[in-house]
Design a protein around this ligand. Structure first.
Ligand code: NAD
Length: 514
């Protein structure tokens, strides 16, 4: 494996991990991946086909059915997961560099959020493996005298399909709980951003001594590889993070074998600014809640609902501060906003901004690719933080997920109206309430139909707390204790202790003579 140096032009060689072996696609095919900041090619990536997906699934099946992993104690698996935490830490520099160069964003995000976020996720699920019981006695049963208990068992082979916005963190959200609970895993990263997951798998394979087939990572197109991971009968569970459109397809594919699915999908979250909010804190919260990672974040608060009494003052604060966000070289730690993931994503944003201009009017700030970027950067991959005001919640830009740096500011009169506007969306993933009256803010939070609400804050996600969506933002929750137990089956065992059989109605249902 060779890694490019910052700004270097070495074409790196990345491999997939199947059954404990680093390998190319069976066909030998590869696809190119580019550095969005500069537009330059950084690597050739193995382009798996259906046969490689099947190979990876079969390796995971064999590791589950015949290997030691599901039979190991929680403590033994936790030790392996903690070794992964250590290995990610030892390679933090390479991983954060490649995360930034492959996926856009900034090195600051990679160093402060992506790499530590992946570590925290493995650490949390190691704790789950150690602490969550595998057997629980049941008492107070109305059944005849008997001993009853629950066994929590791994599901089997778990597949994961992830998007391009937080590749390392998303990979860890799929791999860590699956492995902690005793399952085996096959992961497919998004084609725009396969490198960090492949590299992490390579480091884990070389340094963590996992039994072969426990972890498999393959790169390739969603339409073939992703579909196989969601439909193959040897897979026991599929966890998907990505767009609502593809989520629907995954659910359809998984239904043929009644596979449980976890879906973490799109969002159009509302950040409600009440008239008693500290405007400084709220402005920071709204800007950070929308523009972090260029708005390419599923829970971004892309609709700021602002109460009439503070509306004008708040809008001018937002516009003023948004203009101070520094766009630039993503490998410079001082840069606030790097490139979006690709030129095509910038073009999508441009189409939405054009639609906003038509439906709503001129944005108060932004609305174009930035001028004056440092030499060598590809301007076609960058977009300014953009704010539309007086937006009707029915407008296309207020209803559809843009996945770019575009904020819609929407006025409201009463708390009830704010809640109604917030809930008037097919999505329900995140949301915020900015207010100095916590009772009032909590009442508003309770009425919002969404998976997470941050009061006087935004974006704070941690492995200890469940994350997921209402409505078309998804099914199930990842993280927290809940996000561990969805990777386990529950088996009830009833042990007849022999007393009182004759008198119980269950035995009289067929015949007293058998
Ligand atoms: P996407 O849905 O286009 O792709 C996600 C993954 O699915 C990729 O790996 C892709 O290759 C694969 N895929 C595509 N078609 C497939 C198919 N037919 N069958 C199986 N797999 C297929 O999403 P994206 O553009 O990579 O990411 C952006 C989307 O992800 C946004 O909608 C965003 O809101 C969502 N997202 C959600 C969360 C969350 O936790 N809810 C987190 C991050 C991103």
């Amino acid at each position: 494996m060779s890694l490019t140096t910052p700004g270097g032009d070495t074409v790196a060689d990345y491999k997939m991990l199947i059954g404990g072996e680093l390998c190319d696609a069976t066909s030998g095919e590869t696809f190119e991946t580019f550095e969005p900041a500069t537009g330059e090619k950084i690597a050739d990536v193995p382009k798996a086909g259906k046969e490689d997906a099947v190979r990876a699934i079969e390796a995971a099946r064999k590791a589950f059915d015949e290997g030691p992993w599901p039979k190991m104690s929680g403590k033994e698996r936790a030790d392996k997961l903690r070794k992964i935490v250590e290995v990610i830490g030892a390679h933090a520099a390479e991983l954060s560099e490649i995360e930034t160069r492959d996926g856009g964003g900034t090195i600051r995000k990679a160093q402060l959020a992506d790499v530590p976020g992946a570590q925290q996720s493995f650490e949390w699920f190691a704790k789950m493996a150690e602490e969550q019981p595998t057997e629980v006695e049941l008492t107070g049963s109305p059944l005849p005298p008997s001993e009853n208990y629950l066994r929590y068992e791994p599901l089997g082979v778990c597949s994961g399909v992830i998007p391009w916005n937080f590749p390392l963190i998303m990979a860890s959200w799929k791999i860590a709980p699956a492995l902690a609970a005793g399952n085996t895993s096959v992961l497919k990263p998004a084609s725009f951003t396969s490198l960090s997951a492949l590299l992490m798998a390579q480091f884990i394979n070389e340094e963590c001594d996992l039994p072969p087939g426990v972890l498999n990572v393959i790169s390739g197109p969603g339409g073939t590889v992703g579909e196989e991971l969601a439909s193959n009968p040897l897979v026991d569970k599929t966890a998907f993070t990505g767009s609502t459109e593809v989520g629907r397809r995954i659910m359809q594919l998984a239904s043929a074998t009644v596979k449980p699915v976890t879906l973490e999908l799109g969002g159009k979250s509302a950040n409600i600014v009440l008239d008693d909010a500290d405007l400084d804190v709220a402005a920071a919260g709204v800007l950070w809640g929308t523009f972090m990672h260029g708005g390419q974040v599923c829970e971004s608060g892309t609709r700021a609902l602002v109460q009439r009494g503070i509306y004008d003052e708040f809008v001018s604060l937002l516009a003023d501060r948004a203009g101070k966000i520094q766009l630039g070289n993503p490998l410079d730690f001082e840069t606030d906003l790097g490139p979006l993931v690709s030129r095509s994503q910038v073009q999508t944003v441009e189409r939405y901004v054009a639609s906003g201009r038509e439906e709503v009017g001129e944005p108060v700030t932004g609305g174009a690719k930035p001028e004056g970027l440092p030499a060598g950067l590809d301007r076609d991959c960058f977009f300014q933080p953009t704010i539309f005001t007086d937006v009707d919640n029915e407008a296309k830009i207020a209803q559809e997920e843009i996945f770019g740096p575009v904020l819609c500011v929407i006025p409201f009169e009463t708390d009830e109206e704010a809640v109604a506007l917030a809930n008037d969306s097919i999505y329900g993933l995140g949301g915020g309430v900015q207010s100095s009256n916590l009772d009032r803010a909590k009442k508003v939070a309770a009425a919002m139909r969404t998976g997470t609400v941050w009061i006087n804050d935004y974006h704070l996600i941690s492995p200890e707390r469940p994350f997921g969506g209402y409505k078309q933002s998804g099914i199930g929750r990842e993280l927290g204790t809940f996000g561990y137990n969805i990777y386990r089956q529950v088996k009830h065992v009833h042990v007849n202790t022999g007393e009182g059989r004759d008198t119980h109605f269950h035995y009289q249902l067929l015949s007293a003579n058998i």
